[in-house]
Design a protein around this ligand. Structure first.
Ligand SMILES: [Zn+2]
Ligand SMILES: [Zn+2]
Length: 77
């Protein structure tokens, strides 16, 4: 499991500068999971999304699982 976390700030709830964008990328032969989390330690705001290759309906045609659905940053670990 590879992970990448950056502090991006700009919490939509409180404007806090400590909000983080975290990405976990899991790869195996038959399964691939990209999960994203935005979390603010100041107000507790949290938003998560996971894209799984074994749930094709969770990935729309226009969606790139390596791009954060919230802030659009791209991560390839
Ligand atoms: Zn906040
Ligand atoms: Zn993000």
């Amino acid at each position: 499991m590879a992970r990448d976390q950056v502090t991006i700030g700009g919490c939509p709830k409180c404007g806090g500068a400590q909000m983080t964008c975290k990405c976990n990328q899991f790869r195996s032969d038959e399964l691939r999971i990209d999960s994203w989390e935005h979390k603010c330690p100041d107000c507790g705001y949290r938003e998560t999304t996971a894209f799984r290759s074994d749930e094709p309906e969770s990935i729309a045609d226009s969606v790139d699982p390596t791009v954060c659905p919230y802030c659009r940053r791209s991560v390839n670990l």
